[in-house]
Design a protein around this ligand. Structure first.
Ligand SMILES: [Zn+2]
Ligand SMILES: [Zn+2]
Length: 408
């Protein structure tokens, strides 16, 4: 048995894991780091099956690069497969706009879909002598943990969240002898989610009560829809702008992945989608605008903020992790934003609310203990060693990109 991380071992981004079981081989995820320009994993290696955990670009963003070079079946939930298409097309569009070298084209994206095999949670199937099964990972709609069995069992979590949210049911542990688990929040715990939600709602009430508007810069996949669920019943005019609307449309047509599909539909109906520049300008009576990009590096969010820069009654509330070097991080740390090449200091209120969809430190430990593996392989984290003390009873491996791990 050999495991090689082509990316994402010691970093939060471009996850790509090649697993060679002797008679058969698979690759789990093939992502990118969505920087300018994007950073890619090591070159793809031919496998018998490509498995995707979920539709975030750091897991899915380079998949067409594989299909440009090799052919294999592509396994994912229908929700994941449906959600990545607009993201991949957008990646090509951005490369064209910014003049980056394109690593794949529209034909490669189509090739991915002609190789697609849908898998539902609980489904079991096999490739040659390798059995595999899909389980809910609780991170975003359609997110999947993959269990592979060939004599020994291997569970790969992808991004993991173990608690229920307004949108999703948390991941349940699955017994396995070997566990490859993400570690984004090693050493950190989240504030209780319900408390964060209560605080967000009460701050929104205060801002709107004094005549301000609330801008929520938000990731298109998962977070946009969760925020809609959290805020829809407040009785405010909620507008939704950007790629989040495309993803919501896909979610509505791909039922079966939510805690409550009917509650999701009800919440969506209470919001107004913005589809073009004219509707954007007309969104004057919005109280709340939920819009991409989540890290304020582009997308309609900046045009909404531009009109409110001097309005100290209005607010920008950030609910997602802001990567170093992004506009969002600069706003949180220095109070400044780069808009059209110049640095501006909005007078608006700026606050952070931790609605992370990654398991915090204690939840990771609880999950690992319940899986009860012999061996734990930690990836997708920059502070992995912070978990070591609490994992003293296991054989723990901290791989690096390009290393080949060998087990008997
Ligand atoms: Zn993710
Ligand atoms: Zn991730």
């Amino acid at each position: 048995m050999k495991i090689k991380f082509l990316g994402g071992a010691e970093e939060v981004g471009r996850l790509a894991i090649k697993m060679d079981f002797g008679g058969s081989s698979v690759m789990v995820d093939y992502g990118l780091i969505p920087e300018k320009p994007p950073e890619y994993p090591l070159p793809p290696e031919k496998v018998d099956g490509v498995f995707l955990t979920h539709s975030h670009l750091d897991h899915a963003g380079s998949l067409p690069v594989y299909f440009n070079k090799y052919d294999s079946s592509f396994y994912a939930t229908l929700m994941t497969a449906n959600s990545i298409r607009p993201m991949l097309e957008d990646t090509i569009k951005i490369a064209n706009l910014e003049g980056y070298t394109k690593m794949f084209n529209h034909d490669d994206v189509s090739q991915l879909y002609s190789s697609f095999v849908p898998v539902n949670y609980g489904d079991a199937d096999s490739i040659k002598d390798l059995d595999f099964q899909a389980f809910n990972a609780g991170h975003i709609p359609g997110s999947t943990m993959w269990k592979f069995t060939n004599g020994s069992e291997y569970l790969v979590t992808g991004d993991l969240y173990t608690r229920d949210t307004n949108l999703l049911t948390g991941a349940q542990p699955v017994k396995a002898e070997n566990l490859i688990v993400e570690s984004t929040y090693a050493g950190k715990n989240h504030e209780d989610r319900q408390k964060v939600i209560d605080r967000l709602r009460s701050r929104i009430r205060e801002v709107i009560g004094t005549g301000g508007k609330v801008i929520l810069p938000t990731f298109a996949v998962g977070r946009t829809q969760e925020l809609i669920m959290i805020l829809a019943d407040m009785g405010y005019n909620i507008y939704v702008d950007g790629m989040g609307n495309t993803i919501t449309g896909i979610y509505l047509h791909t039922p079966g992945f939510f805690r409550s599909g009917s509650e999701f539909k009800k919440a969506i109906k209470k919001t107004v989608p913005i589809r073009n520049q004219r509707e954007r300008l007309e969104a004057k009576n919005a109280d709340i605008i939920i819009t991409t990009s989540g890290m304020l590096d582009g997308g309609p969010v900046l045009s909404h903020i531009r009109g409110l820069l001097d309005d100290d009654k209005s607010a920008i509330f950030i609910t997602g992790y802001q990567v170093e070097g992004t506009n969002g991080r600069s706003l949180l740390e220095n109070g400044t934003l780069n808009i059209d090449g110049s640095s501006v200091r909005p007078k608006m209120k700026v606050e952070f609310f931790d609605l992370s969809a990654h398991a915090g430190h204690d939840d990771l430990i609880k999950f690992i203990d319940a899986v009860n593996p012999k061996r734990v392989i930690l990836c997708h984290g920059e502070m992995r060693e912070k978990l070591l003390e609490d994992l003293a009873n296991y054989e723990v491996i901290l791989p690096y990109n390009g290393n080949v791990l060998e087990f008997s």
